[in-house]
Ligand binder design. Structure first.
Ligand SMILES: [Cu+2]
Length: 484
């Protein structure tokens, strides 16, 4: 570490502290301090072990700026007219220092322990971070000796406190106490934070637009996987169209009246209070709209709630385990559907292929996350939960149904034959815990033949697992290791 005359360098681990050390002159910059500071900064910049640099001043000041006695004494640095060559001073002494601070590949912190004036203020503001003692102040003193702000402060001050305050500082040459400077700084941060919040708010709709699963089909419920989903979609649009007509009518009348009957100041509006016919008109109109909506809804509801029979190309449902039965839920007219027990668990869906979900045989076919179903076959679901409230929803296959512990909800769907090979996706629609977002569900539709083959494979796998478990039990009973 080089020794400097007017600058002290201290090392504390990876931190280098450079102290402007001319306390008797309030650390004013003379020629020596300029060259010492440049040397110390270069050393810190080039030393890979130094990871952060702190600048501060010895004694009660950070730096009182340029040492005017030194400038006026510059015998060898004068212009042709015999004046001090300020341009050369700036270019050769100050500019390299400020540039080096800005280009330093490690953070520079100015610990402003007292007054920072002129080039001292520039040095502080050129640093990445500024920490100031309560007694410190910043002062662009240049105007008091007929100079424009130098040392980078014409750029750095406006960028930190805004143009208006920078102009005030530069032209009035008044002290800005640290608390006031602090007050100026954070407000900038606050403004940036507000911009950030606005940007985040604007990004949200964009995010939704690109999040396919969340956005669905934008306005109306999704459709195409099952007749009940299609009917929900139809009912939605019927109501929506009535709502649009009402909305446009009311808002249109409002705007029409606003423009047509806009009056000059002081005019008194015509009163329509007591117009019996008009009042009866809009009361009856609203009632008619309600009746129409109610009738349409009740016409459509049975098609949404009641499952139809399976199609001719669906799975041949005999009176087997898989066939749903029971008086408590809606069944197809012929009483036959493929029944699947849907069980929500933190954080996975389990599907058991059984007719009686409360008493399903232990060797029933089951799967997790991915449900496999035959096309053109009416599938009824018994939905409940193992732990907390979840919600079953595959948007293209119908409405959302809550999965509640101790209670069973029912729904159904029937995937058209042409959609064999399609996988419908959904997600638990209830915020059920911290891994809720991972609780996804898939329904894959297969031709009935492929479905039966899948079912057979699952049964065989369960059988093999049972046999392996039995063998392991025997080994354990004999006192052997269960594995192998
Ligand atoms: Cu859930």
């Amino acid at each position: 570490m080089a020794d400097f005359e007017t600058v002290t360098v201290r090392r504390d681990g990876a931190a280098a502290t450079i102290v402007l050390d001319r306390p008797e002159a309030l650390n004013a910059w003379n020629r020596q301090l300029g060259s010492d500071l440049l040397g110390a900064l270069r050393e810190a910049a080039g030393d890979d072990d130094v990871r952060a640099v702190r600048l501060t001043g010895a004694g009660r000041a950070f730096s009182s700026g340029a040492d005017l006695r030194d400038i006026t004494a510059m015998e060898d640095e004068r212009t042709a007219e015999g004046d001090p060559d300020v341009q050369r001073l700036l270019r050769e002494r100050y500019h390299p220092i400020i540039t080096l601070v800005r280009e330093m590949p490690k953070p520079v912190l100015a610990a402003v322990n007292g007054p920072a004036a002129g080039i001292g203020a520039s040095l502080a503001l050129a640093s990445d971070l500024v920490i100031a003692a309560e007694s410190a102040y910043l002062l662009l003193a240049f105007v008091n000796i007929g100079l424009v702000p130098d040392g980078g402060s014409s750029l750095l001050v406006p960028s930190r406190v805004g143009f208006a305050r920078a102009a005030e500082m530069a032209m009035l040459g008044e002290r800005i106490p640290a608390p006031k400077a602090l007050d100026w700084g954070p407000r900038q941060k606050l403004r940036r934070r507000r911009v950030l919040a606005l940007a985040a708010a604007a990004a949200l709709p964009l995010l939704l637009a690109f999040a396919g699963t969340a956005f669905g089909s934008a306005i109306a419920p999704e459709t195409g996987g099952s007749p009940n989903a299609d009917k929900i979609h139809t009912l939605y649009w019927l109501v929506m169209i009535v709502a649009i007509v009402v909305f446009v009518g009311v808002e249109g009348a409002l705007f029409y009246s606003l423009f047509k009957f806009r009056a000059r100041r002081g005019a008194v509006a015509a009163q329509i209070r007591g117009n019996t016919r008009l009042e009866i008109g809009w009361t009856v109109g609203a009632a008619v709209i309600l009746v129409v909506l109610a009738v349409v809804t009740f016409i459509e509801l049975p098609g949404i709630r009641n499952p139809p029979n399976s199609g001719p190309n669906g799975l041949q449902l005999a009176d087997r385990v898989l066939v749903a039965a029971g008086p408590s839920k809606a069944l197809p007219p012929n009483g036959k559907s493929l029944n699947i027990c849907v069980n929500g668990q933190q954080y996975v869906w389990r599907y058991t292929y059984a007719s009686n979900c409360n008493n399903a045989p232990l060797n029933s076919v089951f799967s997790y996350e991915q449900m496999v179903v035959p096309t053109d076959t009416t599938v009824t679901l018994d939905i409940n939960s193992q732990d907390v409230a979840h919600s079953w929803w595959i948007p293209k296959l119908g409405g959302k149904f809550d999965a509640i512990p101790g209670y069973t909800n029912h729904t159904w769907f029937k995937v058209p034959g042409k959609l064999a090979g399609t996988t419908f996706t959904g997600q638990c629609a209830e915020l059920c815990g911290r891994n809720h977002a991972n609780m996804i569900a898939e329904v894959t539709a297969m031709t009935p033949d492929n479905f039966e083959a899948w079912l057979d494979r699952q049964r065989a796998a369960i059988r093999r697992a049972d046999q392996a478990a039995a063998r392991q039990r025997q080994r354990v009973d004999k006192g052997q290791q269960p594995g192998g």
